[in-house]
Write a protein that binds this ligand. Structure first.
Ligand code: SAM
Length: 295
């Protein structure tokens, strides 16, 4: 069993990108009355106390969420995300950070369902406790599986509602996570081709993330978009993230334009050095490029 605890990283630049995109997808699903499922293959603890020893140890939120809270105007994608952070903090101070289970739970309507996988026993305990503290809807609509999310995903697809989003957000502490992420997406698409899938991955100075990004773009999964946010140059000792990526299959049609506006703003806001950058590509750009080169 690995030692990863998301509490050390809660609210960092990677969470900002991942959760801003996730909130947009959830809000988009809520635009139509038809019920949906949210499957979170790597759920974590659900919500994080930013004053806890773990969160304070690295203080990563200081260079993430905290930098967005200076009262300056923000792009709409970030405004929606900050609204959710605020909803998680009734007293108006960002003491708690909402993880993906919290964001999903608070988006659900009566007929929507949430399925959460968390393999780490103590993290799963904290997740169940955090969900219980949210009250009645959590118990009725949510199932927590203390199990391997890569394995468990297959059995849940397609969801009975034939509408939904799958978040695949491993820690990549185990290098096989890169391969397993790709396989999970490939298998998922065979069962539920119209589903929205959001895959997060870290930008670290290793070949695996680059290979994963390339493989995702060449998976042939129809409509996709791919955003990256880099905040600094890669660390000389190879430790830590210098950025992260989100690959979204069957994204809401509004997401590309929202990211186009938000990413340069995030780059400026979260930059730690002159190497801060962003990218945004999509299946439409790839198709246009293939057309231009005659492929
Ligand atoms: N999705 C969460 C969020 O956005 O708030 C953060 C998840 S964190 C990056 C990854 C989590 O996956 C950790 O809590 C870890 O214990 C758990 N984990 C690791 N391997 C797993 C597996 N194979 N299946 C399910 N959970 C796993």
């Amino acid at each position: 069993m690995f030692s990863y605890r998301h509490a050390f990283h809660a609210g960092n630049h990677a969470d900002v990108l991942k959760h801003a995109v996730f909130v947009h997808i959830l809000r988009h699903l809520n635009l139509k009355p038809a019920p949906y499922w949210v499957v979170d293959t790597h759920a974590g603890a659900g919500v994080y106390d930013l004053a806890s020893d773990w969160a304070v140890k690295n203080g990563e939120f200081a260079d993430g969420l905290d930098r967005l809270l200076d009262g300056e105007p923000v792009p709409p994608l970030i405004e929606d995300y900050l609204d959710e952070v605020q909803r998680c903090n009734a007293d108006g101070i960002a003491n708690f950070y909402p993880g993906s289970p919290w964001l999903a739970l608070h988006s659900l309507r009566e007929r929507d369902r949430l399925r959460l996988f968390e393999q780490h026993p103590s993290e799963a305990d904290v997740l169940r406790r955090n969900l219980r503290s949210q009250g009645r809807p959590a118990q009725r609509q949510v199932t927590v599986y203390e199990a391997d999310g890569f394995e468990g995903l297959k059995a849940l697809l397609p969801p009975p509602t034939r509408r939904g989003v799958v978040l695949i957000d491993p820690s990549y502490e185990d290098k096989t996570d890169y391969r397993r992420t790709l396989n999970a997406l490939r298998e998922g698409l065979k069962r539920f081709a119209t589903g929205c899938y959001a895959v997060w991955y870290p930008l670290v100075p290793r070949r695996e993330p680059q290979e994963l990004a390339r493989s995702l773009e060449h998976l042939g999964c129809g409509d996709w978009l791919h955003a990256t946010l880099t905040v600094r140059k890669p660390a000389a000792d190879g430790h830590g993230l210098h950025g992260s990526g989100m690959f979204v299959v069957n994204p809401p049609w509004t997401l590309h334009a929202q990211l186009q506006q938000a990413l340069p703003w995030l780059r400026d806001k979260l930059a730690l050095d002159e190497r801060a950058a962003w990218t945004l590509t999509g299946s439409q750009d790839a198709a246009a490029q293939a057309g231009m080169t005659g492929r």
